[in-house]
Design a protein around this ligand. Sequence first.
Ligand code: HEC
Length: 216
Amino acid sequence: MSHAVDQNLDVNEPKLTDHSYDGIQEYDNPMPGWWVWLFVGTVVFSAVYWLYFETGVPERSIFDQYTAHQTQVMTQRFGELGGDLTPNADTLVKYSSDPKEAKWLAVGKSTYQANCASCHGIDGGGGIGPNLTDDHWKNVRNIEDIATVIKNGANNGAMPAWGTRFNHPNVLVLTSAYIASMRGTKPSNPKAPEGSVIGPWAAAPAAPASTSPSAN
Ligand code: HEC
């Protein structure tokens, strides 16, 4: 064991770099070439990746691709319906209550759970937004008003306007139907009623009387 560092004593002794900071010396031990090149490769790749995906060219970002794909899948699925749905009373009553349409109502349910449950509760019991399961409503008199509220929002954006933010227009209709279907269910933690009591959901009258102000 030698006390002084002497580079010339042993050829197998690791080499030292020739600088010394506060008497501290460094071994001259570079990373292996393959490692350095791998590292350089990741840096170059990240720049190319960033330029390709993150500079705002439409339809390239993962999000745009996902949205486009979703729309495509939706359109394909909705093809079975043979035409787009309109949020009128007949359609909403049908999709909210007909067990044969349950698979379509499920589209409304998953949309609700992803976008609305944060404010209205997972079971519609209410939270920031009103309880959607009771007979009291603030902005809704007829079943088709549900779609109008969702589309346009309410109370200066306290209820956000969803407009065309859904992947497909049918999603608005099916989400409205799902809201209608929650009425009368028993949420675990219901918020106190807000607004006034309205009549049961009803399909449009078979022959709308021209004297009735509420017809359509
Ligand atoms: C940021 C919170 C928030 C989100 C998210 C939200 N809402 Fe609302 N919603 C509200 C508030 C607040 C009101 C009450 C507005 C008012 O006071 O008139 C409301 C009202 C409503 C009403 C009318 C209730 C009534 O009594 O008139 C419906 C229907 C509704 N929301 C459906 C939805 C649907 C469907 C979604 C998801 C697509 C959604 N909301 C997402 C906050 C929210």
